[in-house]
Design a binder for this molecule. Structure first.
Ligand code: 3PG
Length: 306
């Protein structure tokens, strides 16, 4: 089968070599499209692909329609909001993710972001310590739990909310359960967001929630920019001079935010949460193995469009 690795933000060279090894040893042919400039380059590259491995690349209805032989798309990572699941399903294309494979990298970045803000973006201004502070984790999945564990080891008090977990499950996984989102925000000196971008979550974190946060609080977003209501965030930061925001997903109005709020806001120039050698390797190799299993045995474990 022909497998296309299409990554605008490439995997490390070692991860690409590992992916190629697995696929070729299993009799597949590999094509590589990296750092492509425009979406039309991606569309043009899929014509004869039977499988595609992507990261946050946009697998639109157009991409799927341009790939008549396509059987499977694996998003090497957790969030699959970049894949048009409806179009894939309509064309009989299986879509998978590789849950958990890059979680540690994202969790480490969330911790780093808290410390970066606590220490005033590494400027000489007097900062604070995260030890003893309350951390609220919104969604206690693979990344959220790792953030919780690490934060606990650093002496933070960890609280978590997850609509898909029972309070005892959250407790067992090391955090104090909180069932009301308003209570979570109101009791968090640091709030780390780990929800996916879904119709129900897009724009769900806005003025009301953000202004519930206590004095001096920091909102940390290593999830998706879409879950934030940009206008609400702006208003909250305007009214509450003590609040701060750090994100791994640059907001559309970042320049305006930075100009207005200076060191109270920070965004990485390009999403980098999962950009470690380890995460590239783990997610990339998992994607390759899932494709081999799918073609060899029909295995659809990790399918997200069932
Ligand atoms: C994910 O959903 O797995 C992360 O957001 C990482 O995305 P990336 O592979 O584009 O870095």
């Amino acid at each position: 089968m022909k497998v296309l690795i299409a990554t605008q933000k490439p995997f490390s060279a070692a991860a690409v070599a590992g992916i190629k090894d697995i696929l070729t040893q299993n009799g597949h042919e590999v094509a590589l499209l990296e750092k492509y400039a425009e979406q039309k380059d991606f569309v043009a590259a899929v014509a004869d692909a039977q499988a595609i491995i992507v990261r946050s690349d946009k697998v639109t209805a157009e991409v799927i329609a341009a790939a008549p032989k396509l059987k499977i798309v694996v998003r090497a990572g957790a969030g699959f909001d970049n894949v048009d699941l409806e179009a894939a399903t309509a064309h009989g294309v299986v879509v998978m993710n590789t849950p958990g494979q890059n979680s540690n990298a994202v969790a480490e970045l969330a911790i780093a972001m808290m410390i970066f803000m606590a220490r005033t973006q590494f400027t000489p201004a007097t900062g604070s310590e995260i030890q003893g502070k309350r951390l609220g984790i919104q969604a206690y999945g693979n990344v959220g739990r790792l953030v919780g564990q690490k934060a606990g080891a650093l002496g933070m008090k960890v609280f978590a909310l997850d609509p898909f977990l029972k309070p005892e499950q959250i407790k067992e996984a090391g955090a104090e359960p909180v069932e009301d989102i308003n209570v979570l925000y109101a009791g968090s000196d640091y709030l780390s967001i780990h929800i996916p971008a879904l119709p129900s979550t897009i724009g769900s974190i806005g003025y009301e929630l953000i202004t519930k946060m206590p004095k001096g609080a920091v909102l940390v977003n290593t999830a998706r920019k879409e879950v934030i209501d940009g206008a609400g965030l702006m208003k909250a930061l305007e009214e509450r001079e003590d609040l701060r925001y750090i994100t791994d997903v640059m907001p559309d109005n970042y320049e305006a935010l930075r100009e207005k709020f200076g060191l109270r806001v920070f965004a990485t120039p390009k999403k980098m949460g999962a950009q470690t050698a380890e995460a590239n390797m783990n997610a990339g190799l998992a994607a390759a193995r899932q494709i081999c299993d799918f073609f060899a045995t029909g295995c659809t474990r990790f399918q997200v469009n069932k």
